[in-house]
Design a protein around this ligand. Structure first.
Ligand code: SF4
Ligand code: SF4
Ligand code: SF4
Length: 323
């Protein structure tokens, strides 16, 4: 004889009670906070108002990383990448509006902007990588990619809020490439190549805390006030004088996605330069909290299923014994 409807409902109620107890015992997951800046974090401060668009940093980046030039026109006269790629890890782009007469002005003006890895404090590329090929150095905070561990899934490409990791599709052995803050050069006691060659100090290297202070100092001065700007490394004695421009009152990277180790100053709103407003909470913190909740939340349904199977088994057995 089959399981009767009455006995099944009885069993289901019993199983449900067990599951309810289990679900109650499963506390909701605590939200994972954004990760903190590592103690010896280093990075770059890019000041768009100091940049003259010479692209010396693009060439120096190529030399440091052994990549070939890329061309955006049929005539291959000049290294002219339009964006970062599997071969171009650093690019200087141009914003232009109307007559483009005035530097660092939104209307009828123009401005330069750097694009390269932001070295996020809490990077989503690291969070999603299933084989830990993307890693953030616990001391310096530099986000590096290990090609020998990478399986080419490109989760990091999809997860990066800044669209940074790129895949070199056109080679027999494609790989992920991105700026690694010139880690090999730093290991030799050198600074990143882009900061080394920048003639105006628009790209400045140093400890992130000092770069934040320097960005704050510049923003705290009145527009038009003449001050000194260091070249190469924050705090260096290699300086030049220049009047403070009218800055957008925000240091990009100070809060976005939990903060980044590449910080930016500009005279044109960041969204016009390709850097839209982003929330403070990192995607990594959000997604890892949800994952944790899902895993914990699965306990209840599994126990419910177990309870139901047990109830069905028990009452089927009872029904057989009644037969
Ligand atoms: S080297 Fe300096 S000034 Fe020249 S494009 Fe790069 S950031 Fe701008
Ligand atoms: S910018 Fe993208 S690739 Fe760079 S650390 Fe952040 S998430 Fe990773
Ligand atoms: S730090 Fe090195 S790899 Fe990164 S943009 Fe500068 S030169 Fe290129």
């Amino acid at each position: 004889m089959g399981l009767s409807r009455r006995n099944f409902l009885k069993g289901a109620a019993a199983g449900g009670a067990v599951a309810a107890c289990a679900a109650t015992a499963t506390a909701p997951a605590d939200a994972r906070e954004n990760k903190a800046l590592p103690p010896k974090a280093v990075g770059l401060l890019y000041d768009s108002t100091l940049c003259v668009g010479c692209k010396a940093c693009v060439v120096a980046c190529r030399e440091a990383n052994g990549t070939h030039p890329e061309f955006s026109a049929d005539e291959k006269l000049w290294d002219s990448p339009l964006d970062i790629s599997g071969y171009t890890l650093n690019v200087i782009k141009v914003y232009a509006d109307g007559t483009a007469d005035h530097k660092d002005q939104e209307k009828d003006g123009f401005a330069f902007v750097k694009k390269s890895c932001m070295h996020c404090v809490d990077p989503s590329c690291v969070s999603v990588c299933p084989v830990s090929a993307m890693q953030k150095d616990p001391e310096t905070g530099i986000v590096r990619h290990d090609p020998s561990a990478c399986i080419g899934c490109r989760y990091c490409v999809a997860a990066c809020p800044f669209g940074v990791p790129r895949f070199s599709w056109d080679t027999p052995f494609p790989r992920i490439r991105k700026c690694e803050l010139c880690s090999p050069r730093q290991a030799e006691g050198k600074i990143p190549a882009c900061a080394e060659v920048c003639p105006t100090g628009a790209t400045l290297f140093g400890p992130v805390a000092a770069l934040r202070d320097e960005a704050g100092r510049r923003q705290g001065l009145a527009a038009g006030q003449v001050t000194t700007f260091a070249r190469k490394t924050v705090g260096s004695s290699d300086v030049h004088e220049k009047a403070i421009p009218t800055y957008v009152p925000h240091i990009y990277g100070s809060t976005e996605m939990g903060g980044t180790q590449l910080l930016m100053l500009a005279g044109v709103p960041f969204e016009k330069l390709g850097y839209p407003p982003l929330r403070d909470r990192s995607y990594a913190a959000e997604s890892e909290t949800i994952q944790e909740s899902l895993y914990k939340g699965m306990v209840g349904p599994v126990v419910l299923l177990g309870g139901l199977l047990y109830a069905v088994h028990k009452h089927t057995k009872n029904d057989h014994e009644e037969d």
